[in-house]
Design a protein around this ligand. Sequence first.
Ligand SMILES: *[C@@H]1O[C@H](CO)[C@@H](O)[C@H](O)[C@H]1NC(C)=O
Ligand SMILES: *[C@@H]1O[C@H](CO)[C@@H](O)[C@H](O)[C@H]1NC(C)=O
Length: 349
Amino acid sequence: MSNIILVLLLSLCCTIHALPSHGGAEVYVHAGQSIQSAINAAQAGTRIKVGAGTYAEQLTISKDGIALIGDGATLVPPAVPAVNTCTGIAGGTTNAGICVTGSGIELAPFVVEHQKVLSVEKPVTDVFITGFNVNGFDGANVLVVGGEDTRVTDNNLYNGGQYGFLAAGSTNTVVSKNNVVSEQSLRYIAICTDNFSGARVVRNHISGYSVGLCVQTSGSEIAFNEVTNGCVGSFVDPNVNGAQVVHNSFGASNPACIGQSPIIGGVVIFAADNTNVQSNVIRDQRAGGVAAGIILVDALEFGPDLVANDNKIVDNVLVNNDYDIFVNTTGTGNVIADNQCTLPAELCA
Ligand SMILES: *[C@@H]1O[C@H](CO)[C@@H](O)[C@H](O)[C@H]1NC(C)=O
Ligand SMILES: *[C@@H]1O[C@H](CO)[C@@H](O)[C@H](O)[C@H]1NC(C)=O
């Protein structure tokens, strides 16, 4: 009996499409229907396909194994914002377009960038988001907080106010093959993965953000991305240990960065340790003489111990930058070798 009622309820919002082999249901959302209603009605493990059309909604996903699959679907902010776990994480009253959230999340107060996650009682696992266009949310277009094994692949994330994509307090997040673009003005951060552990950010295309790739997860892999038209291609934060920044391409910086961004360059290692910056191509980092392809510096203004140690900068190709490599650290064990570059001659020999 209750199954029949469930089916009737589901059919109000969605067409039951097929029953895939892994046991979860599959539902279809059409233009004019609510994606969130479909998520609310879904069991864990459901694939939710969303047809072509514009949907003015914020989405909250807190069930394990939900796959949200856009097929020409565009998500834009609703007239009246909804409040969920992601509200305010990127500051003020900002909201996320898609909020993937665990439960029992304890957040630190907002200081800069985004609220840090202090603890997560129960993560949400195996959420998958693909094929979506998400446009113009004032916080992050997609925000993952307390997620485990979240995958965000092949989406177009346009004009996210503070972030295109942000993961915080999450484990094993994969962000791949997304277009993350700010169209008119320079916006803040395209993709940021902020601990707990494990993050892969690969093959994304990024343009128009002050910081393209914000690296705040120790051991994370940042590979094969293409970043242009921003101020810093990839910024590795203090105390982040063992990040891999490899095989990326960093192109021309945005002229609006001059006077606006305190630091302009392709890869910045800011008092991080054991970073591997290898096999990247970095060109056209120019800002009247102060930009550099790769910057390795301490962060003593934020703490006496914030020194860059044991970083490796090898096999990169640097072309047409104000400076190819700029190093100013009192740290030890840093290796700079085998880069194709010209300035300064002593680091490029
Ligand atoms: C995550 O970030 C917070 C805030 O920066 C830090 O206190 C915490 O130690 C980090 N956790 C891990 C596992 O790196
Ligand atoms: C190098 O770093 C020290 C300490 O942070 C700073 O005082 C100095 O101005 C820096 N040098 C250059 C050339 O930026």
